[in-house]
Ligand binder design. Structure first.
Ligand code: NDP
Length: 628
């Protein structure tokens, strides 16, 4: 095939395939995740909390509770809310930050906002009656909403803030977990919920001489407003005489660059790989319209959104935005190629990692070969090419300088990296004080005492902002920031040394009464709060059932855990080729895709996972769990 047409876009698939491969190959590095610097030791100040007064102290406490929840983000808040709804009130939340909000507590950089529609992203909207102001909310409103939830569910009463868990150890004798904190506290808890956030530990690039730079630096998740001035809405007035460098061009940089561009004397944006930037088109939410929605609208809207992102047939697209359009483009064109009786399930990690195809009645997976033979994968690839051609055309039409526009064009399948939606990012490069430093996939070469070196050129700057993201593929305990020791002294790091092992992503054998909230081996949604709510409801159900039965100990059975891992692996294998073809990033373990990878999501997609959990709850026999 030499040329293809999709609506108004013409392209050469073979040329694009070759270009994608070339761009990927030049970025693959042998060191993978090890290219990043751990934020400990000399770098530990990058995780200090800039939003609280320094020097907070309090007396250590000793406490006994039914349920200890680690993390005061949406996961921890939802856990507490759903447990309270089930009549379980003896709770304690321990949070290292100075308030609720989790990722939104930390990420208050200028422009921080959520590009998933707020009516979908915000949990508990029908329970709280909260009306978000805009379709795409911002960090400030999100933090306000966290306060609304905290008030409604009386979470302040049960929270220990500015407190970091150091260890949780299972005591068989006590039938409880013993948690210790950095404030000298000892908390004995019958159950522990680990909701520590999948993107919580900032990472720094391992650039030569990173400790040599004498100017100012900080990570986007700990924005230094004392240095920049302004707030999460911009107005960074203290940068008016400053030369600023941003390293990274992921979803975070896309949101803060326009504000840095508007305020800094000079801004250098150091790019290794461009993001795909589609239209966002934010609008106000009409409270009158929202008030007319029937009961159950929230769950229906969230389910509809995730179903579209999973390639599942729906009657209507309720959200109709850049996300659903992207997936409709890719899946929609397939409708008449889909053999009747077959259903095409999700693909792409979350979106990309769930690429399962299942025959409805027989529950039998098709092989990739069979899919190729039917031409389905090729059709999806064509739709993806067409979509990305439009994204590249947008860069060309918005950015005036031809060379800069060319550098801002992403050459990979859309869901190899997180798609971005923004109406001021590309435009920022038209400002005379902004320069894109495209490193052609190689990254910044070195730091000097006065700045950075890239492409052999030195750039003197006053400040470097690290928009370099968060650890994903590293050890669970390292990311969580505390040790977890189960039966017979086995640590979670030892248990998961060769890959995660769970039942439903929530339980892991040998760690009784512990619940792990997170996307791995669970249903993964683009709307992460939706999956967290599912974790919370499942946990509340299990603890509610245990209470009814007078049970105090729950662990996954060996058989159930093994079977669940096999399910996860079987489907993950089918996405291997797609992931291998992707440009490296945290979605595909920096390009080091392991065939037997089990650290992935439930491949049938989130909606199927949620249905599976609902069915499991409905059966009422807690199958797969050993209850005492
Ligand atoms: P990412 O991991 O997505 O981006 C890190 C960036 O740093 C990449 O552009 C990476 O380049 C670059 N980088 C790393 N090392 C170097 C180097 N040595 N030289 C130059 N560049 C380098 O982190 P983000 O914080 O941007 O986003 C993390 C996640 O947070 C998102 O994927 C999303 O899930 C979430 N998020 C969600 C938002 C929302 O609207 N809901 C908004 C913001 C974030 P390369 O691509 O080449 O690796």
């Amino acid at each position: 095939m030499t040329a293809a047409m999709s609506e108004t876009v013409a392209f050469d698939p073979d040329a694009l395939r070759a270009k994608y491969r070339e761009e990927r190959d030049k970025r693959i590095r042998a060191d993978g995740n090890d290219q990043y610097v751990d934020v400990s030791g000399d770098f530990s100040h990058y995780t200090d909390d800039p939003y609280v007064e320094p020097g907070f102290t309090r007396d250590a406490i000793e406490r006994q509770v039914e349920v200890l929840i680690i993390g005061g983000g949406f996961g921890g808040m939802l856990a507490a809310a759903r447990l309270r709804e089930s009549g379980i009130d003896d709770l304690m939340i321990v949070e290292k930050g100075g308030g609720f909000g989790g990722t939104w507590y930390w990420n208050r950089y200028p422009g921080a906002s959520c590009d998933i529609e707020s009516l979908v992203y915000f949990p508990l909207l029908e329970e709280t009656g909260f009306v978000p102001k805009q379709r795409y909310t911002n960090a400030t409103e999100t933090l306000e909403y966290c306060q609304v939830i905290a008030e409604q569910y009386k979470l302040h009463d049960i929270a220990l803030m500015q407190t970091q868990i150091l260890s949780t150890d299972w005591s068989e004798e006590e039938g409880a977990w013993i948690a210790r904190t950095n404030r000298g506290d000892t908390i004995k808890a019958r159950f522990v919920i680990h909701s520590n956030g999948p993107l919580n530990r900032p990472k720094l690039p391992g650039i030569r001489g990173i400790d040599r730079f004498a100017g100012h630096t900080f990570h986007t998740s700990r924005w230094d407003y004392d240095y920049t001035g302004g707030d999460a809405f911009g107005g960074l007035d203290k940068l008016a005489d400053k030369r600023v460098a941003v390293i990274g061009t992921g979803a975070t940089a896309v949101q803060c660059v326009p504000h840095l561009a508007a305020s800094a004397k000079q801004l250098y944006v150091f790019q290794r790989t461009p993001s795909s930037i589609d239209v966002r088109n934010n609008t106000e939410i009409d409270p009158a319209w929202l008030a007319q929605q029937p009961a159950g609208w929230h769950h229906q809207r969230r389910t509809n959104f995730e179903a579209i992102l999973s390639g599942m047939p729906v009657k209507e697209d309720l959200v109709r935005d850049g996300w659903t359009e992207a997936f409709r483009d890719i899946f929609g064109g397939l409708r008449h190629f889909r053999p009747s009786g077959w259903r095409l399930f999700t693909w792409t990690l979350g979106w990309a990692l769930s690429n399962a195809r299942k025959e409805r009645g027989l529950k039998q997976y098709l092989t990739d070969k069979a899919m190729v033979a039917m031409g389905l994968q090729e059709k999806m690839e064509m739709a993806d090419f067409a979509k990305m051609e439009k994204v590249r055309a947008r860069a060309e039409s918005v950015v005036q300088d031809t060379e800069t526009a060319e550098s801002l064009k992403p050459y990979y399948r859309q869901f190899c990296k997180r798609p971005c939606f923004h109406d001021e990012y590309l435009q920022a490069f038209n400002r005379p004080n902004v320069r894109l430093i495209d490193t052609d996939g190689q990254g910044v070469e070195a730091f000097t005492e006065t700045g950075l070196v890239a492409n052999g050129e030195a750039f003197d700057v006053d400040c470097v902002v690290f928009a370099t993201g968060f650890e994903v593929g590293t050890d669970y305990s390292r990311r969580a920031g505390y040790s977890i020791t189960g039966i017979d002294g086995l640590t979670i790091s030892e248990k998961w040394a060769d890959g995660m092992a769970t039942f439903h992503g929530l339980h892991t054998r040998g760690f009784p009464n512990a619940f792990f909230f997170g996307p791995q081996q669970s249903g993964f949604t683009a709307t992460y709060t939706f999956a967290l709510d599912e974790n919370a409801m499942q946990t509340a159900y299990i603890l509610g059932e245990m209470k009814k039965r007078g049970a105090t100990r729950v662990d996954a059975s060996e058989k159930a855990e093994k079977a669940w891992i096999n399910t996860i692996k079987r489907v993950a294998r089918q996405t291997e080729e797609f992931q291998k073809s992707c440009t490296p990033g945290y979605y595909n373990n920096e390009g080091h895709v392991e065939f037997e990878s089990q650290n992935t999501f439930y491949g049938g997609g989130p909606i199927e996972f949620f249905n599976l959990m609902a069915k499991w709850r409905h059966a009422g026999d807690l199958r797969g769990l050993e209850i005492r």
